[in-house]
Design a protein around this ligand. Sequence first.
Ligand SMILES: CC(C)(COP(=O)(O)OP(=O)(O)OC[C@H]1O[C@@H](n2cnc3c(N)ncnc32)[C@H](O)[C@@H]1OP(=O)(O)O)[C@@H](O)C(=O)NCCC(=O)NCCS
Length: 393
Amino acid sequence: MRALPESGFRGANDLFRRALLWQPLSDEEWAGNAALYEPGRVLGAFVDGELAGTTRTITNVLAVPGGRRLPAGAVTGVGVRADQTRRGVLTSLMRAQLEEVRERGEAVAMLHASEAVIYERFGYGVATRCRRVELDRPSVAVRAEVPRGGRVRLVDQAKAEPLLPAIYERCGLDRPGRIGRADAWWSARWSMWGKGLTVAVHADEDGVDDGFVIYEPKTDDNWSITVRVIDVSAADATAAAELWRFLLDLDLADRLVAGIRPVDEPLEWWLTDRRQCRITTVEDDLWVRLVDVLAAFRARTFGAAEPVVVEVRDAFLPENEGRYRVAPDGVHRCSGEPQLSFDVATLAALYLGDQSASALVAAGRIQAHDPAAVPAADSLFATVVPPWCGTSF
Ligand SMILES: CC(C)(COP(=O)(O)OP(=O)(O)OC[C@H]1O[C@@H](n2cnc3c(N)ncnc32)[C@H](O)[C@@H]1OP(=O)(O)O)[C@@H](O)C(=O)NCCC(=O)NCCS
């Protein structure tokens, strides 16, 4: 198990893509992706001197309740060669990677999972969820009271590329679950998206750009046009409403399809007929692994409630195991009787506010030794808006 030199990055990318049953990247595609491979953060597992598996980490931040951006390792590029699976290669990679994340002072690791059954054993849990929506555009009418303001304009892709990173930074990165988008992320995305995209930007009444939409129209064999909405980022409710109104007004478009959207996006509330917004899936979005539980607890704020003593189990990183007294004025390790017990993967669901303690007790994922602690934990961990990541990596 070792960090790969830069000369090994492309081979690692090939291995990863083959593990996912994808074709390797062309030279041009690789050129657009190479900057995502950070020296020292690409791990290789070798069996008999040959690369058998790989994973890598991207330096990033995660917005946590209270608005702090916590340094976080974004885990991706996970793959084990098809002839080396089920022999513990991934387990060794995960162990080495979490050690590296901790050594760098990142209290959390995070990922998007190809399958839901892989990562819980390593302490990852679902921390944010997202939904996919479809609308038959000609049948949709927007209610009169939906916020209005500012103006939406089309922007050439070449001009949009340098513009969007700064607008994204303005778009509510303090919402729990949001993560950064570095320059290398944008370059890789533009190279993946190709040239068939359209970008529209919203500017507020003062002319300040505060949101954008990226979309791609597709015409099928019957001349029916579906607009695939790739991204909608908006700094406030007015920008979000205007960008969606713009999409819903696109002449000739028959259908809008948007994935990885926040579960509380008020689309159905904007429509005169709410059933025209079809929610086709609600699924896991960001998986989070609290690598340093105490540091992660201390990074977020808590709601007003009586303190609660929680017991955390963590078989993969036992240094996290123990009891923590969670209170509005801070968190510290303690030795008192636990009122609630759960494993570190369950804590991920609580940590950013996606699930309440009550819901997790009902699901059997939290053991409540003191029933009074459940409503207290509900108030401590609650967030005003549900967390949402919305950024693939
Ligand atoms: C998923 C993958 C990385 C697992 O690698 P691996 O080296 O076989 O994993 P390990 O041998 O360390 O397995 C660890 C445990 O997880 C289980 N496991 C691993 N992958 C699993 C899967 N896809 N489904 C169910 N269980 C799985 C193993 O059975 C093993 O369980 P055990 O400890 O009870 O025996 C590998 O199968 C792969 O490359 N798959 C295709 C690419 C992919 O999905 N990458 C993830 C991108 S997010």
